[in-house]
Design a protein around this ligand. Structure first.
Ligand SMILES: Cc1cc2nc3c(=O)[nH]c(=O)nc-3n(C[C@H](O)[C@H](O)[C@H](O)COP(=O)(O)OP(=O)(O)OC[C@H]3O[C@@H](n4cnc5c(N)ncnc54)[C@H](O)[C@@H]3O)c2cc1C
Length: 401
């Protein structure tokens, strides 16, 4: 899929080059997956300009969002898990690059991090420090001020891109203060950071998702990207989450597009028992039409929500706009990931059991598309937010959205 207006061609002569690089990645990924070793894919990824587009488009959040959508959509059509690993790099770097913070709100720390990412061509993993505890939403890590810096301890359940990334950006709580975002570099060969086994021992292996534990990890003051003493720390965290909620459906909608492509090939290469090409059987045409309509309307929802987020340019002026953008991003994530799961399921039913023979793409897409609704925000949370709003005192017909 090419998102028509994704790149400002006149302003950026590299648009065609980006597309070539996306095609190169899409060519490299299947053989890396078949070899069970993604290092060749990551070598190619790092050799392109694609991982560093956030810094290059910091002042163009709209085109940046569409470019990230395009990259993740293309990779999600081949391997949702690999695209998920990379999505973490994209949403974090994009949110940091386009953050609408005012001067003084940790701007220098963010600028420094962006130049490290661009100059040293590094990849960024992240964790929000969630853990699987007896209470939902539990945070497993915390930081304490210590001298001029901080000491971090605890465990986070999820960190994708864990073995490939060079930098970790993570959210934690500073004791007695509130939420904060830190950056750690280097992520590896640090005795205070223990990267554990795969979180999901069988599923989503290519997302490189591991547990991570911090043992008395001492950080300098400048590792703090956004802290509770910054005027708009919570708004920045919401802004970053909105980026995440928009880019996750991009990759899963890629999986949906990949599944429709598999149906197209199957239907064009196969005949019904009466010898009619399946691609010409009326029921097949209607079924695939429904899938395409659902896919296209979900893509439109995500891109429209992206435009809303791109319009959030400055705090505190745009805090109201941020609230709506966050809401729309939740809807986009919900609609996009549900659509992807449904379309992949429908494709599997059309192609039939041969979907699971001989390393068919539909097998991989089936096993991975189901993860879409599971995060970052789970569908049950998004449904309840919108349900509560729809049921509040003022008439639904008068509610603004
Ligand atoms: C493959 C994969 C990779 C990931 N990689 C990363 C990563 O790199 N970094 C990172 O920080 N995170 C990562 N995550 C975590 C992700 O961002 C979400 O935090 C996570 O998927 C949400 O799951 P949870 O365990 O926090 O769900 P929970 O919040 O614990 O919810 C579990 C279940 O409880 C129910 N529930 C929850 N809230 C409510 C409610 N309000 N009302 C009713 N029922 C409710 C729902 O049925 C829900 O499915 C990853 C997740 C996956 C699946």
């Amino acid at each position: 899929m090419t998102v028509g207006t994704s790149l400002p061609r006149d302003e950026h002569a590299g648009a065609a080059a980006y597309r070539e690089q996306i095609a190169l990645l899409a060519e490299t990924l299947p053989s890396a997956l078949a070899d069970g070793d993604l290092s060749a894919f990551y070598d190619v990824f790092r050799s392109t300009e694609l991982p560093f587009v956030a810094a290059a488009h910091a002042r163009q959040p709209g085109p940046l969002l569409r470019l990230c959508f395009e990259i993740l959509h293309r990779l999600g059509a081949i391997s949702p898990a690999t695209a998920l690993a990379i999505e973490n790099h994209y949403y974090v770097t994009s949110a940091i690059a386009t953050a609408p913070l005012a001067d003084g709100d940790a701007r220098d720390a963010r600028r420094r991090l962006l130049s490290v990412i661009e100059e040293r061509r590094v990849l960024v993993a992240n964790t929000s420090s969630k853990v699987h505890a007896s209470r939902l939403g539990a945070i497993g890590t915390s930081a304490r001020r210590r001298g001029d810096g901080f000491r971090v301890n605890g465990t986070a359940a999820y960190m994708s891109l864990a073995t490939e990334a060079d930098v970790l950006v993570f959210i934690t709580q500073i004791a007695d203060e509130g939420p904060a975002i830190f950056a750690i570099e280097p992520l590896h060969d640090n005795p205070s950071i223990e990267i554990g086994p795969y979180l999901f021992p069988e599923a989503m292996l290519d997302s490189d998702t591991h547990r991570v534990t911090f043992h008395d990890l001492d950080l300098r003051a400048d590792a703090l990207l956004v802290g509770p003493r910054d005027a708009h720390a919570r708004a920045f965290i919401a802004f970053e989450m909105a980026w995440h909620q928009l880019l996750i459906p991009a990759l899963y909608l890629g999986a949906a597009a990949g599944a429709i492509e598999e149906v197209r090939r199957f239907a064009r290469a196969t005949r019904a028992r009466d010898d009619q090409p399946l691609a010409e059987v009326d029921g097949m045409v209607a079924d695939v039409g429904r899938m395409a309509i659902e896919y296209r309307s979900a893509c439109a929802t995500v891109l429209r929500a992206g435009d809303r987020l791109a319009a959030v340019r400055r705090f505190p002026d745009d805090l109201g706009a941020l609230e709506h953008a966050v809401d729309d991003a939740g809807v986009a994530k919900y609609v996009g990931t549900r659509c992807a799961e449904a379309v992949v399921g429908a494709a599997r039913r059309i192609v039939g059991p041969r979907s699971f023979t001989g390393g068919q793409l539909l097998e991989r897409l089936s096993q991975e598309a189901m993860f879409g609704p599971l995060g970052p925000e789970v569908s049950s949370v998004i449904e309840r937010r919108h349900g509560r709003r729809a049921l509040r005192e003022d008439p639904f017909l008068e509610q603004w959205w």
